[in-house]
Design a protein around this ligand. Structure first.
Ligand SMILES: CC(C)(COP(=O)(O)OP(=O)(O)OC[C@H]1O[C@@H](n2cnc3c(N)ncnc32)[C@H](O)[C@@H]1OP(=O)(O)O)[C@@H](O)C(=O)NCCC(=O)NCCS
Length: 391
């Protein structure tokens, strides 16, 4: 790694090899087992998956996500701004802060030939192959071979070796399952993030309770245009919310989890992520609803008002706000680890009182495991407050 610049903010996985003279700037992420060639420049915000090979002299800018096992040839240039300018009309300089980054995604096992330029806002499909020296101006379908300027499909069935991730049975006993095998072969297994993987391995039932909370939220938010999820963690509930809402913006104060969320996002523009500490700032944009599961109990009491204020200030007047948290009465049954993090627990009445400062109507439901009910308050394991009528 001699003479390479590697930012301490970069999230670099295990066994990543970085060759000489690379510049790895700021909060980018590089997954385990990847190889970064000499003279490669990777900007903050770029997300590179596991087992990716990036050949020498390539430039990977903010907004680019490269999925696992993709190949990037020599001197590949990514872009993130369709109309770049140095200054605005009045002569003031255009800066990174005033530039809207347009994302680009290279899907799993795709390969990009040397000397290609990839315009922004593009998805290069699973297992696709971009010929050397191409200028890619449009999405590339999965497994297609494209080449030229502008890049056009020259072959649709190439690169078959990338299709097979498992040996496919010759004729299934139950042919109706073929579609399941086909999709599995095309996209590979779904990846859970670090929190949910841990839960699935150590306490799989707990994942059921967590997902049930999202199912309740998804029912209430049916048809919402834009929803904010506060404390999205590894976004395990996002697919459930996306079954009923149009767009979801997940925020979390942990940049490492947001980088991993971006890397695993299978929903394109419908699902976006941002690292934000809600006790300090609101995320960009206005939303029709906010969902926050298992966050408020971790917020220091003296910062709770700032947290709720920052949520309310990015909600439209008609918005619905759903806040889920364990009931203080359930703490005697909680593990030592979760008790240590639960510094701001509430019961029905105190949760309602906190939300009443920002909303006119508060409905607090009880939950035990995956069942939502209106039963005796102290016996609820979990509380789910639904707030409407922003003040
Ligand atoms: C795109 C590519 C995969 C096509 O390979 P192929 O399937 O063997 O195709 P062929 O060589 O038979 O070419 C098919 C047609 O596409 C054209 N073509 C091939 N590669 C091209 C390219 N990079 N740009 C423009 N046209 C290209 C050929 O001229 C030919 O056109 P024709 O039918 O009019 O004669 C290959 O040429 C390529 O560019 N591979 C990437 C190499 C690379 O960058 N490696 C990275 C690190 S070493």
């Amino acid at each position: 790694m001699k003479l390479s610049v590697i930012s301490s903010a970069a999230q670099i996985g295990q066994d990543v090899r970085i060759h000489d003279f690379a510049n790895i700037y700021g909060a980018c992420a590089i997954g385990s087992g990847s190889v970064i060639g000499a003279f490669v420049e990777i900007q903050p915000g770029a997300v590179i998956g596991k087992g990716v090979k990036v050949s020498s002299h390539t430039f990977i800018c903010d907004g680019v996500t490269i999925d696992d096992e993709a190949f990037i040839g020599h001197g590949v240039m990514f872009t993130n701004d369709k109309s770049p300018r140095s200054v605005f009309d009045d002569g003031t300089p255009v800066t990174a802060a005033t530039t809207k980054v347009v994302p680009t995604r290279v899907c799993r096992r795709a390969a990009i030939g040397s000397g290609s330029t990839i315009l922004c806002g593009i998805t290069i499909g699973v297992g696709a192959l971009v010929g050397a020296g191409s200028v890619v101006t449009k999405d590339v379908p999965p497994h297609a071979v494209v080449a030229g300027n502008p890049a056009r499909v020259v072959n649709t069935s190439s690169f078959p070796e990338t299709r097979s991730t498992m040996s496919m049975p010759e004729g299934l006993q139950q042919p109706h399952n073929q579609i399941l095998f086909d999709e599995y072969n095309e996209y590979g297994p779904v990846q859970l993030g670090p929190y949910s993987s841990y839960t699935w391995r150590h306490d799989p039932r707990h994942l059921l309770f967590t997902l049930a909370r999202y199912k309740f939220g998804a029912k209430l938010l049916q048809g919402c245009e834009s929803v904010l999820e506060i404390g999205c963690g590894d976004a395990v509930g996002s697919p459930i919310l996306l079954q009923t809402v149009k767009r979801l913006h997940g925020v979390d104060l942990e940049p490492a989890i947001i980088a991993d969320d971006i890397r695993r996002n299978e929903y394109g523009d419908r699902l976006s992520f941002e690292a934000v500490d809600l006790t300090k700032a609101s995320p960009a944009g206005m939303y029709d609803a906010a969902v926050s599961m298992d966050v408020i109990e971790h917020i220091p009491a003296q910062e709770e008002d700032a947290f709720l204020h920052n949520i309310a200030s990015c909600l439209n007047p008609h918005a619905i706000c759903i806040i889920g948290t364990p009931n203080v009465t359930s703490q005697q049954y909680a593990s030592e680890n979760s008790r240590a993090g639960h510094i701001n627990l509430k019961d029905h009445d105190s949760l309602s009182a906190s939300l009443h400062k920002y909303f006119h109507n508060i409905f607090v439901f009880s939950m035990n495991d995956e069942v939502v009910h209106t039963g005796y308050k102290p016996m609820a394991h979990y509380l789910m407050a639904v707030a409407t009528g922003k003040k």
